[in-house]
Design a protein around this ligand. Structure first.
Ligand code: ADP
Length: 459
């Protein structure tokens, strides 16, 4: 067996990490240390295809700490190390190719979030084995770069890596829509951070409002937030969004607009004020007014809806006035908030979901109820298909999103004898059914809407 020749290196050398978009970083060569480490900041673990990954920033130039490269890598080990203060901390280990001189080979690299003796990188003996020996009296034996060369390297790298920092504020990161939004943002070069709204807490303060995460992180520096709140999180979630807005993050749908749109009564009032057709809708506090409300919507058959309804679960069709009265009074005795609505029979169990982004209908599907069912919700067994909507429907969908001040909205429209009517507007419209049926990249369009708002230009 022929042994590979061993190269002599100095006590400091330039190395590069092609997979980490870092062409040159000065390393201290230290055969006293076993493992190699790199100074990384903003270290965050996330899961990708069931594996642990880590995102971090490398600031390769000591003198120019603003030049930060955003990187991601698979975690191959987690080590507990004692720092100089005696407390132990977790360090993530990644495996990545390193370029030294003309040689490129894989090394294990610990992500340390402090400088190693004033160097951004420390090369330990494990990486040198059978390859290098150190002459501690020398330096840069593999070559040196001028300051100009270094700044040229990073001129372009800085641009490539300067994506936006976007938080997805939701509760379940495994949901199709949330996964797609994270993925679409990453594909477009942004730093996507999943934030479980239940784990965020906040400080109200006139001079320094703050948001923290359960793991102790302060949530700051976000350019934008994409809220994807389930109905039970509306109240707290919208307060969080407003807090993010107060620390200058743009929210794709403001807290105020979501609050307004989730209130079915309030949004109905906004629609009627703006001349947007909806089925005739009645509401009363007391059971004494039940008969009056039934008359107001032109009698049975009629629809009774729980104000908190989603996925069609709280929507009932009452065929006769007697049945309607009983259902309404039963709901009221349970102190449930309901509204009563004229039944649009001619819709034949179909409705149309228009996905609106920035005053444009970017996709539309028809949902058709199962046989014997009037609710077309996918959760109720409804089927989705692509549909070409009319100009009138398009205008109506855009207007409904606009009067609620929602840049992103799912507008449900029903076709009645009196023309198209808005049934409801969803401020966190699901992506699965509609992307599946139309094949459109709606998550990508949502990210583009943020880029447009932030005047972000991809380099
Ligand atoms: P949810 O918010 O629970 O989905 P919706 O108001 O969207 O409640 O109603 C669920 C479904 O029931 C709709 O998709 C539609 O198919 C049907 N529906 C709702 N309101 C009416 C109505 N006034 N006339 C006819 N069908 C209706």
């Amino acid at each position: 067996m022929t042994e590979r020749p061993v190269t002599i290196i100095g006590n400091q050398e330039w190395c590069g990490f092609p997979a980490l978009k870092t062409p040159a970083i000065r390393a201290r060569i230290d055969s006293g240390a076993r493992t190699s480490s790199i100074h990384a900041s903003d270290i965050k673990v996330f899961s990708k295809d069931g594996e642990d990954w880590v995102s971090f920033e490398i600031r390769p130039i000591q003198e120019s700490p603003k030049t930060a490269i955003k990187c991601q890598s698979k975690v191959i080990a987690v080590r507990k190390v004692k720092n100089t203060g005696g407390t132990s901390e977790l360090r993530y280990v990644i495996k990545t190719p390193i370029k030294m001189g003309d040689d490129t080979f894989d090394i294990e690299l610990t992500l340390a979030n402090r400088d190693a003796m004033g160097f951004r990188m420390l090369l330990g003996r494990e990486a040198m084995k059978n390859r290098f020996i150190v002459d501690p009296a020398q330096l840069n034996l593999l070559g040196d770069y001028s300051e100009e060369e270094i700044s040229n390297f990073y001129k372009s790298v800085k641009e490539i890596s300067s994506g936006l920092k976007i938080g997805v504020l939701a509760t379940n990161r495994e949901l199709y829509s949330n996964k797609r939004i994270m993925e679409a943002g990453e594909e477009r070069g942004h730093e996507m951070i999943f934030l479980n709204a239940e784990l965020c807490y906040m400080k109200m303060d006139a001079s320094s409002p703050e948001i923290r995460y359960r793991d102790g992180r302060i949530l700051e520096g976000f350019d934008a937030i994409i809220p994807r709140l389930r109905p039970s999180m509306t109240h707290y979630g919208c307060a969080l969004i407003r807090q993010f807005e107060s620390i200058n993050a743009y929210s794709l749908n403001t807290g105020e607009a979501i609050t307004r749109s989730r209130d079915k009564l309030y949004s109905s009032q906004i629609f009627s004020k703006n001349g947007i057709n909806t089925p005739i809708t009645g509401f009363a506090k007391s059971p004494l007014d039940t008969k009056g409300v039934i008359q107001m919507v032109n009698g049975a058959p009629l629809i009774v809806k729980l104000l908190e309804s989603t996925q069609g679960k709280g929507v009932v069709l009452a065929e006769t006035s007697k049945a309607a009265e009983s259902v309404i009074n039963a709901f009221k005795s349970l102190k449930a908030n309901i509204l009563v609505q004229e039944f649009i029979k001619e819709a034949g169990g179909k409705d149309i979901r228009c996905f609106v982004i920035n005053n444009k209908v970017v996709a539309a599907i028809q949902r058709e109820a199962q046989k014997g069912e009037f609710r077309s919700n996918i959760h109720m067994g409804g089927k989705a298909s692509v549909i070409k909507i009319t100009a009138e429907e398009r205008k109506l969908a855009i207007k409904a999103a606009r009067v609620l001040d929602l840049p992103v909205a799912g507008v449900d429209i029903i076709r009645s004898n009196k023309g198209p009517m808005v049934l409801e507007v969803n401020s966190s419209p699901g992506l699965e059914g509609i992307e599946g049926a139309t094949g459109k990249d709606l998550a990508g369009l949502m990210i583009k809407a943020i880029e447009l708002k932030m005047r972000y230009v991809k380099h």
